[in-house]
Ligand binder design. Structure first.
Ligand code: ADP
Ligand code: ZN
Length: 440
């Protein structure tokens, strides 16, 4: 009987399935190297010296808590070159964060950094099921934003044919999918939802007419319900991809085919989950702020970088065989928290309640203002075409159902406005989900 060749499911089996003890030993060695190297940056050098910290201070991974936390404001204060730990002529690339929450930060890479980052993305895309020969349409902004070039290099490294279409020009995007036989895409989830209408306008049924199999979704928080909506409408399996410019970009953590959390690539990143206020570690499984130390960055090593992103970590074994721990879906940043009538809520809670309803279309907008000095929460919801042209009584019933679901989820009673499909403002980058008029 012929022996079938083993089907490779890993890009780098030895690293991805490394026994925990060995992985942690590798992390410790790399952490010590990182501290040794960080001393070369104008920012960390004096700081570590003042506190009497060096690689010798780190004898176990737990000793990381002796190191200072690094905040986005430190990157801003040392802008542009203050965090660089190598001679200027080693730098080959600069990226900028999107500046979603204020002044953007500049991030530099050496050739080695780009090489390792590309490899992490090739590893991630391979894990999602992409293979050489796949046609990968990278619908993310090229340029300063890391989503474009980051995935571009990763998909090329893997051996895909990459279509660097960038964002926008939606009609051409869907035509390209048909002409070139796109099998995988990388796209911002809110843009993936808004393209559903463009497919319809172009008379293309992505499920029946296109060979699409895989969507990589990243750059903004999105709910499980939104993922399922995209999967159904596009006929794909969708994978959550997390990253941030300061750490490298997309590919810091990525979902495996189990779709039960994102494997954080621990050979390159050491992660902690801390209480955002006390900055003490939270117990495993509990949500907190993700704090990342880079383990292989040359140009700009970062020690205990506070991402402000909220997630939880699990070390439960994953059936895929990878030993790198998993992060829960990122539900937003600490800054995204809204306080409405004294109640704390996150936009993602509203999305979860909305996107599970089949009558709801592709977009929504949260508006907060004040009426008679009292906060007022309005949620504008695009509904499906069929629903929009339906009976007024049906619309009223839907409005009441949405208000009820939102109240259950958030403890705040909103006003719900149902709007025509395609009428809420669209962005080509990260979606703007909240308009807060209380400061006006
Ligand atoms: P900025 O911080 O200015 O938006 P970046 O472009 O570097 O700059 O964006 C990184 C941020 O985007 C992350 O810190 C996180 O808040 C968000 N993000 C990226 N990927 C995801 C994801 N898969 N899920 C949720 N949020 C994400
Ligand atoms: Zn897995």
């Amino acid at each position: 009987m012929a022996v079938l060749p083993e089907v490779a499911v890993y890009w780098e089996k030895d690293v991805e399935t490394m026994e925990r003890g060995a992985l942690e030993a590798l992390q410790l060695e790399r952490l010590r190297d990182t501290v040794r190297h960080a001393v070369n940056s104008p920012y960390y050098g004096p700081r570590l010296q003042q506190q009497g910290l060096s690689a010798d201070s780190i004898r176990s991974l737990a000793d990381i808590r002796a190191l200072p936390l690094t905040e986005k404001q430190h990157l801003r204060a040392t802008y542009p070159y203050g965090m660089v730990a190598v001679p200027r002529d080693w730098l080959v690339r600069m990226h900028h964060s999107s500046g979603t929450t204020g002044m953007a930060t500049a991030v530099f890479h050496t050739a080695g950094d780009i090489d390792r980052w590309s490899n992490l993305l090739a590893r991630s895309l391979y894990m999602a099921g992409l293979r050489p020969g796949d046609v990968f349409q990278n619908m993310m902004g090229y340029g300063l934003f890391t989503g474009g070039l980051g995935l571009h290099y990763g998909a090329e490294r893997l051996g895909c044919l990459v279509l660097p279409t960038g964002v926008g020009n939606s009609h051409r995007q869907v035509q390209f999918m048909k002409i070139f036989g796109t099998t995988g895409v990388h796209i911002i989830p809110s843009y993936a939802l808004s393209l559903v209408r463009v497919f319809a306008e172009a008379g293309i049924d992505p499920v029946a007419d296109l060979p699409l199999r895989i969507a990589v979704l990243g750059a903004e928080p999105h709910s499980e319900q939104a993922r399922r909506k995209i999967e159904q409408a596009w006929g794909v399996t969708a994978f959550n991809c997390y990253g941030l410019s300061e750490i490298c970009g997309p590919g810091v953590a990525f979902e495996c085919p189990q779709q039960q959390g994102l494997h954080i690539w621990e050979d390159c990143h050491l992660v902690e989950v801390l209480d955002p206020v006390t900055r003490e570690p939270v117990p495993e499984g509990q949500r907190g702020e993700l704090v990342i130390t880079t383990l292989t960055r040359e140009a700009m090593p970062l020690l205990r970088y506070c991402t402000k992103d909220l997630t939880a970590i699990t070390s439960a074994p994953c059936p895929c065989g990878r030993t790198h721990r998993r992060l829960a879906r990122i539900t937003g940043r600490t800054d995204d928290m809204l306080i409405v009538k004294g109640v704390n809520l996150f936009p993602i809670q509203i999305e979860q309640a909305l996107m599970g309803m089949p009558e709801v279309g592709q977009s929504y907008l949260i508006v907060i203002d004040r009426e008679n000095y009292v906060d007022r929460l309005t949620v504008q919801v695009e509904i499906t075409e069929r629903m929009f042209t339906g009976e007024p009584a049906e619309l009223e019933a839907l409005q009441a159902r949405i208000a009820h679901a939102l109240r259950e989820e958030t403890m705040v009673t909103p006003r719900v406005e149902l709007v025509e499909p395609g009428t809420l403002p669209r962005t080509e980058g990260k979606a703007v989900r909240v308009v807060d008029k209380r400061g006006d």
